[in-house]
Design a protein around this ligand. Structure first.
Ligand code: NAD
Length: 471
């Protein structure tokens, strides 16, 4: 069984203890990771400072070549990486393979963005004092980046922090998710093989209290966090002078307007609501369906949900794998019970076998129930009918979250109205809410986040203007 040592810059060191990584599906041991304490974190901080100086000085062609090499490495090791993601995060293979391809795109985008990042030349002779002078403004990295990542995309969401940081010439200290830390070490092997300077990356699995020491430490200049809103906003409150980027949770609405053809929509909507057991921040959670389509939608969506293959994430057919642990199953079942006690109807699913919960569709869920107002992060969707499109938009907005929202409509005026009025980071028209291409600005409003990822936009967050005046 693999036991991953800490990575302190280019060196591998023993930690104070080791933590087992188990399959969320059948509990088997997958390996372990060493755990860092204060002393290791101090060493990682020293590496991050040295690594920052080295990365900042590295010419663009070298940075771009490293990133492009990693992309190529990812493409040649899709199967190995997908199996690692499937095993530790419980993600069905088909989605795990897609995650590896996306991570390759993320690194390709970073290679290209590194080559094309440029500055601005400003006229200074707009007043007489500035005559004969030139101003050049360029983007420079703010400093070493602290990356804290969630369990559900253990490769691509690590890539979304490492690739932009290296593209702008920064170093990174990474604290991966305890449930799924192994894939990040495979990525580090690819970075080493691609020629990344050792001190540019430390990987330090550690307890939250120790991770908070890093969040408070002034030597790290950027915190890039992806995870739950509870943890994210707390970390922002203790991050001091750091630039903070938060990618947090959501409870995505999906509106199905009058006149939409349902049949071709069902499969993508089922995958968006229940694929990977709904453990995706932009999964379709709240459906609002025009009353003319409502009865058919409920019947056909529930039938489709019953037919989805559930079980072993390493089985090629599986769509709905396990939740990350049995505590998550108990939480989601308790939320279903709460909604039923308040009068909601359960149309299908909700039964569990160990960590696998069968996909559930519910209607009549009160607005105050957790299934309506919190992030489910499980294979449950709720549905309600609407008569007026404007009312559905208002209900879609009646949440503390604002990550991605989707609207299916044949009408251009409704598309534009949705874009104007939905208070979300992304509004998707005639596409599912879980759709993302890794180049577009991605992030949330309200409790869902602060700042944007999408390689170029993350590079903006991790860098600042530096101005040169030449007289
Ligand atoms: P989580 O918040 O429990 O953990 C995320 C990371 O933070 C982990 O590495 C965890 O160990 C660490 N952490 C926890 N407490 C900490 C503390 N006090 N100090 C420092 N680090 C701490 O989230 P999770 O369960 O791993 O992931 C699921 C959540 O992530 C969901 O809410 C989901 O919506 C969100 N998410 C958001 C996006 C996005 O792009 N917006 C993408 C994926 C997941």
């Amino acid at each position: 069984m693999n036991s991953e040592l800490l990575r302190i810059g280019g060196e591998r060191r023993r930690g104070v203890a080791t933590d087992l990584v188990r399959s969320p599906y059948d509990g088997r041991d997958l390996g372990s990771v060493h755990r860092a304490d204060r002393e290791h974190l101090e060493a990682a901080l020293a590496c991050a400072e040295r690594g920052f100086r080295e990365m900042r000085a590295l010419p663009v062609h070298r940075r771009a070549a490293i990133l492009a090499n990693v992309a190529q490495g990812l493409r040649t090791r899709v199967e190995e990486l997908a199996r690692s993601i499937a095993a530790e995060a419980g993600k069905p293979l088909r989605f795990a393979r897609a995650e590896v391809s996306r991570a390759a795109v993320t690194f390709e985008l970073a290679a290209s963005a590194a080559r094309h990042s440029s500055g601005e030349v400003l006229p200074l002779d707009l007043e007489p004092r500035g005559e004969g002078r030139l101003c050049v403004a360029t983007r420079v990295p703010r400093g070493p980046v602290l990356a804290i990542t969630p369990f559900n995309f253990p490769l691509n969401l690590v890539a979304h922090k490492l690739a932009p940081a290296f593209a702008i010439g920064a170093s990174v200290v990474l604290k991966p998710a305890p449930q799924a830390p192994l894939t990040a070490f495979l990525l580090a092997d690819l970075l080493d093989a691609a020629g990344l300077p050792g001190d540019a990356l430390s990987i330090v699995p550690c307890e939250p209290a120790h991770a908070e020491l890093l969040v408070r430490d002034e030597r790290l200049k950027v915190l890039s966090f992806t995870g739950s809103d509870r943890v994210g906003w707390h970390l922002k409150s203790i991050a001091g002078k750091k630039q903070v980027l938060l990618e947090l949770g959501g409870n995505a609405p999906c509106l199905v307007d009058e006149g939409v053809e349902l049949a071709p929509l069902l499969e993508p909507l089922l995958l968006s609501a229940f694929g990977y057991a709904g453990q995706v921040c932009v999964k379709a959670q709240r459906f609002f369906v025009h009353e003319s389509l409502y009865a058919r939608f409920v019947a056909e969506f529930a039938a489709g949900a019953r037919a989805l293959a559930c079980g072993d994430p390493l089985d090629e057919r599986t769509v709905v794998g396990p939740l990350i642990d049995e505590r998550a199953v108990a939480r989601v079942q308790q939320w279903i019970a709460e909604a039923r006690a308040a009068g909601a109807a359960l149309h299908c699913g909700g039964e569990a076998e160990r960590a696998v919960l069968r996909p559930a569709l519910m209607s009549g869920v009160p607005a105050e129930a957790k299934l309506s107002c919190e992030e489910i992060f499980g294979p449950v969707a709720i549905v309600e009918p609407f008569a007026r499109f404007e009312d559905a938009l208002a209900r879609a907005n009646a949440t503390r979250f604002g990550l991605q929202a989707s609207v299916f409509t044949p009408r251009l005026d409704h598309s534009l109205l949705a874009h104007r009025s939905l208070d979300y980071g992304t509004v998707l028209v005639n596409e599912v809410p879980s759709f993302r291409i890794d180049n577009f600005p991605y992030g949330g409003t309200k409790d869902s986040g602060f700042g944007r990822e999408g390689v170029r936009y993350a590079m903006d967050e991790m860098s600042e203007w530096k101005t040169l005046v030449l007289a």
